[in-house]
Design a protein around this ligand. Structure first.
Ligand code: GLN
Length: 467
C-alpha cells in the first residue's frame, strides 16, 4: 500500500474504503521498521496507535459526518519527544529524562488527538532541542533519508525524517532558532514556525521560553495550514498566547516580496543562491513584485541569539536537579553543559550589562527594523541555511561552525514573526533545497496562500526518498 502524502489523499482513500485504519497503520509501521537505521524515533507507540485506530474506525463506520467532525481523522502523527504525552515516555532526547513518563499532555498533542490524529511515536531530536544537525541526541544521531551519510538538520530531526520518509503524515516540532525550518529544508518537506504567541507552549519541555515556537512539519503547505488552524489559539494555560482566530485567505492577492540583501550577499552556496533566484522568478511570473530590501542589523542576530538563548536555557534547565524527577545533573550531555555555563556567565553580576542587557537592546533594534521593513513589503524571501545538508560529523567537533547554520533562522525567532520553509528542488547530488518566507506577525495566511500556489504549480513537495 502506498502511504498518502496529504490529509486529502488519506480522506479520499478512507471514504472510498480503500483500506481500514488498521491497514493504514500496518503500512506506516512497516515503513518505520524498514527505516530503523534512520533512527527517527525514540519511542514507538504501536499498541497505543492500534487501540486508537480501532476506536476511530468505529467512528468512521458509525458516524456519517465523521470526516467533518474530526479534521485529522486517522492521520498518523509523530510528536517531537519534547512534547509531553500523558502516560507515554517523554525524554527530550536527554538521558536526564530517559525514564520520565508525564502525568499530563501538551496542548498541541491534546488538540491533534481530539481532532482524530493517531500517535505512532515520539521522534528523536537534539537533546533539549540544542542543535542543528540531529547529532546531539543522547539516543544516537538521526540520518537524512535522501542520503544516510548526511545530517537531516536539527533539532527536530526525527520529525522531518518521519514525514519525509512517510513514517508519519504530520509531525509537530519546536523552533527556537530554526529547528523546524532547517530539518524541513534538509529533508525536502514543508515546515512552519508560527508567530510567537500563536500556538501554546504548554506541556512542552522549555528550551528558551522567549524564543520557543511550536510548529509542525508536513509534506504540503495545504496540510500545514490545516494543522495550524487546529493547534493555534489560546487555551488559558500559556499566558503569552494572543486571542486571534485563524483566518484562511481566499481569492488571489498580489504581494510585494522583499529579499533582504544581507541574507544573500555573501557566504551562501551557489545552489542555495539559485533556489532564491528561481523562487523570485516564480513570484514575478505570478504577478507578485520582488524588491531588494535591507536589514542591516540582522548581521547581529545570531550573536544576540547565542547570548539570550543560553541565558534562558540555564534558567529553564535549573529545574532538572534530579530531586523531583529525572536523573541527576551528571547525566546532562556536553552541549547542555556548555549552554548552562554560557548562560550562567552572561547573567552573572559584572557581565549582565555587557552581555545579556546589551543583547536585549539589540533585539529591540531588530524588532523595530523588521517592523519597518514590513511597512514596505508584505513578505520576506530568504534562504533557510547557508548551505545544503552537510555530512554527518562535518561540523560536530566545532560548535561555533554549527551555530552559524542558523544565521538566517534567528531573525524570525528574535522578532517573533512567522516563517514557512518550502522545498524548492534538489542539489546536483540529489539533496533537498528550499527557501523560507517570513511575514508580519499573525499573517501566516499570506505565507500559506503563496506556498499553496507554488505547490500547485510544482511537485518538489511530492518527491520522497527511495527506500
Ligand atoms: N540550532 C539552534 C540551537 O542549537 C536552534 C535550536 C532550536 O531551534 N531548537 O540553539
Amino acid at each position: 500500500m502506498k502511504t498518502p502524502l496529504t490529509i486529502n489523499e488519506l480522506y479520499t482513500a478512507l471514504k472510498n474504503k480503500e483500506y481500514s485504519l488498521v491497514e493504514l497503520l500496518d503500512a506506516y509501521f512497516a515503513r518505520i521498521n524498514a527505516n530503523h537505521d534512520l533512527n527517527a524515533f525514540i519511542t514507538i507507540t504501536d499498541d497505543y496507535a492500534y487501540q486508537k485506530a480501532r476506536e476511530m474506525q468505529e467512528v468512521i463506520n458509525n458516524n456519517p459526518n465523521a470526516f467533518g467532525e474530526f479534521p485529522l481523522l486517522g492521520v498518523p502523527l509523530a510528536m517531537k519527544d519534547l512534547y509531553l504525552t500523558k502516560g507515554i515516555r517523554t525524554t527530550a532526547a536527554s538521558r536526564v529524562l530517559e525514564n520520565y513518563v508525564p502525568a499530563y499532555s501538551s496542548t498541541v498533542f491534546e488538540r491533534l488527538e481530539a481532532a482524530g490524529a493517531i500517535l505512532v511515536g515520539k521522534t528523536n531530536c537534539d537533546a533539549w532541542a540544542h542543535g542543528s544537525s540531529g547529532e546531539n541526541s543522547d539516543f544516537g544521531v538521526t540520518r537524512n533519508p535522501w542520503n544516510k551519510d548526511y545530517v537531516p538538520g536539527g533539532s527536530s530531526s526525527g520529525s522531518a525524517v518521519a514525514v519525509a520518509a512517510n513514517m508519519a503524515l504530520i509531525s509537530p516540532g519546536s523552533d527556537t532558532c530554526g529547528s523546524i525550518r532547517l530539518p524541513s529544508n534538509y529533508c525536502g518537506v514543508t515546515g512552519l514556525k508560527p508567530t510567537y504567541g500563536a500556538v501554546s507552549r504548554y506541556g512542552v519541555v522549555a528550551m528558551a521560553s522567549s524564543l520557543d515556537t511550536m510548529g509542525h512539519i508536513t509534506h504540503s503547505v495545504e496540510d500545514s495550514e490545516k494543522v495550524f488552524a487546529i493547534t493555534s489559539g489560546p487555551e488559558g494555560k500559556d499566558s503569552t498566547l494572543i486571542d486571534r482566530k485563524y483566518q484562511k485567505l481566499t481569492g488571489e492577492n498580489k504581494y510585494k516580496v522583499g529579499i533582504p540583501k544581507e541574507f544573500v550577499e555573501q557566504g551562501i552556496s551557489d545552489e542555495v543562491k539559485s533556489s532564491i533566484d528561481s523562487f523570485a522568478n516564480w513570484l514575478t511570473d505570478n504577478g507578485h513584485s520582488v524588491v531588494e530590501v535591507s536589514l542591516p542589523n540582522t548581521k547581529y542576530a545570531i550573536s544576540v541569539y547565542y547570548i539570550i538563548q543560553p541565558a534562558e536555557v540555564s534558567s529553564n534547565l535549573g529545574r532538572y536537579d534530579g530531586i523531583r524527577y529525572g536523573n541527576d545533573r551528571s547525566t546532562f550531555g556536553m552541549e547542555a553543559k556548555r549552554r548552562i555555563m554560557l548562560g550562567t556567565f552572561v547573567l552573572s553580576s559584572g557581565y549582565y550589562d555587557a552581555y545579556y542587557n546589551k543583547a536585549m537592546k539589540v533585539r529591540t533594534v531588530l524588532i523595530e527594523e523588521v517592523n519597518k521593513v514590513f511597512e514596505d513589503v508584505d513578505v520576506l524571501l530568504a534562504p533557510v541555511a547557508p548551505t545544503p545538508p552537510f555530512k554527518l560529523g562535518e561540523k560536530a567537533a566545532d560548535p561555533l561552525e554549527m551555530y552559524l547554520t542558523d544565521i538566517f533562522a534567528a531573525t524570525a525567532n528574535l522578532t517573533g514573526i512567522p516563517s514557512l520553509a518550502i522545498p524548492t528542488g534538489f542539489t546536483k547530488n540529489n539533496l533537498p533545497l528550499g527557501i523560507q518566507l517570513m511575514g508580519r506577525k499573525f499573517e501566516e495566511n499570506i505565507l500559506f496562500s503563496l506556498g499553496k500556489k507554488f505547490q500547485k504549480q510544482t511537485d518538489y513537495h511530492t518527491k520522497t526518498p527511495q527506500s
